[in-house]
Design a protein around this ligand. Structure first.
Ligand code: NAD
Length: 440
């Protein structure tokens, strides 16, 4: 048994952990990073990156299948999923090498980290001591407590599959459910989504969610909202209740995508670290109730997004404060993205707002791209002209929402953003169009 002293110990090498460790080391601190799996965490190995690689292949499949509408004869189109999966793995592999490079000045220890005290961690029988410990252990798929739950696969399984099922029933029409529904449908899988709430993507702007649901239904995806899944039977039959009536749907595979649960390191409870709904409770500096122990990323349950984890790591290091806004996106086809408050949330807060929409069909660029299906919605405070929210469903939604994030973070008013000259023809012209409709 060895004992080594550090300035900071980070547990977990996802985007919360590895970026924090690299940043701390770059500022001259001695940093140890413990990881029991592969570098990159959920985002790189079982989340954002592999799904985006699959999403790109799905876009190519859809575009190639639709080539005739662009005047291109592409012949017969077929999907070789084994090669799709190989490409995804290659993307992940090369990015993992980049993570190793970024961690050049960090002592990476591979193994299961256990907290022994507020400044001591044990990995593989060795002891590591530091005045600051940052927990970035992430999350794993949640499992519904229903009979037959063990018959379902999760997103981790699907992302490592090299073959696709003929059909799939997806329990949960949240972010993961809609991304997989969209991608699998593009590869020819027969998809049914069962969502408990009245609309898919609960928490998103209702107009955006409805537009995505309509677009995906048009692509042949069956989406049942208000469906309370009660059990899964062998042979992949999913039983659910709809308006009090029993219903069922059969498929060759069932994906459960009903949220994620935190992964807590051993020793945490014994130390008395406070939890909130099972996640590690933190304040705005990412500090737990135990001095010296911090938690960033999914494990604190504040915002289950990779970029939020990275940001929180910077906050935990004291390099910056939390921003007012964190934008997010759903990488479905078409994409959805949002920043700030939804219209419903504004109304619930008693804010006096104006909402304005612009549809992609009104954009020369969208029409030229063959992407007429989409909308931009801007929400403006009627009294102050402040932009309170932006919600987009359509091609390149995630890229477009960034401009509004900058405006909102910097306090740029709706008028000022509207008067900013936008290049013609670009999709971003839809932003001033929507603002103009909000301010009329
Ligand atoms: P989620 O919370 O987004 O959605 C889960 C869905 O399951 C909800 O819509 C919920 O109403 C539904 N549900 C729950 N119980 C049900 C039942 N009995 N029957 C039918 N439906 C039921 O969770 P997720 O999609 O699993 O994603 C997990 C987390 O990961 C989210 O916080 C998400 O933001 C994050 N994530 C983000 C991205 C991204 O940023 N692009 C991608 C993937 C995941």
């Amino acid at each position: 048994m060895r004992t080594t002293d550090y300035d900071i110990i980070v547990i977990g090498a996802g985007p919360g952990g590895y970026e924090t460790a690299a940043s701390a080391a770059a500022s001259g601190l001695r940093v140890m990073l413990a990881e029991r799996g592969e570098l990159g965490g959920t985002c790189l190995n079982r989340g954002c990156i592999p799904t985006k690689a699959l999403c790109r292949s799905a876009e190519v499949a859809l575009t190639a299948g639709n080539a005739a509408s662009y005047g291109i004869d592409a012949g017969n189109i077929s999907v070789d999923y084994r090669r799709v999966a190989e490409r995804k793995d290659e993307v992940v592999r090369s990015l993992r090498e980049a993570v190793e490079y970024v961690l050049g000045k960090v002592d990476v220890v591979h193994g299961d980290a256990r907290l022994l005290s507020r400044d001591t961690v044990e990995v593989n029988g060795d002891i590591y001591v530091a005045p600051k410990i940052i927990i970035a252990t992430g999350s794993r798929p949640a499992v519904l407590d229903i009979p037959g739950a063990e018959l379902c696969v999760d997103s981790d399984f699907l992302l490592s599959a090299t073959e696709l099922p003929e059909s799939i029933a997806i329990i949960g029409g949240g972010v993961i459910g809609m991304e997989f529904a969209s991608v699998l449908n593009a590869f020819g899988v027969d998809v049914t989504v069962l969502e408990y709430s009245r609309e898919i993507l609960p928490g998103f702007d209702a107009d955006v969610a409805k537009r995505l649901r309509t677009a995906l239904k048009r692509r042949g995806i069956s989406i049942v909202t208000g469906a309370n899944v009660v059990s899964v039977e062998a042979g992949c039959t999913v039983n659910y209740e709809l308006k009090g009536k029993p219903k069922s749907v059969g498929a060759s595979m069932v994906l459960m995508a009903v949220g994620r649960r935190p992964v807590l390191p051993d020793g945490l409870r014994e130390l008395g670290v406070a939890l909130d709904r099972g996640f590690i409770a933190v304040d705005d500096s990412m500090a737990t109730n135990i001095p010296g122990i911090y938690a960033v990323g999914d494990v604190n349950g504040r915002c289950l997004l990779a970029h939020a984890a990275t940001l929180q790591g910077q906050v935990a290091l004291g390099h910056r404060a939390l921003p007012r806004y964190i934008p997010g996106a759903v990488f479905s086809i078409p994409e959805c993205a949002s920043v700030g408050l939804t219209e419903d949330a504004c109304l619930a807060q008693g804010l006096q707002v104006s909402a304005g929409q612009a549809i992609y069909r009104a954009s020369g660029k969208a029409m030229a791209m063959g992407e007429p299906d989409g909308m931009v919605k801007m929400i403006v405070d009627r009294n102050t002209g402040e932009i309170l929210g932006c919600h987009i469903c359509g091609a390149h939604a995630a890229d477009m929402v960034q401009e509004v994030s900058v405006a909102m973070e910097c306090g740029i008013t709706a008028c000022a953003l509207m008067e900013t000259v936008h290049i013609h023809p670009t999709l971003s012209e839809l932003l001033p169009m929507a603002l103009n409709n909000a301010l009329r």
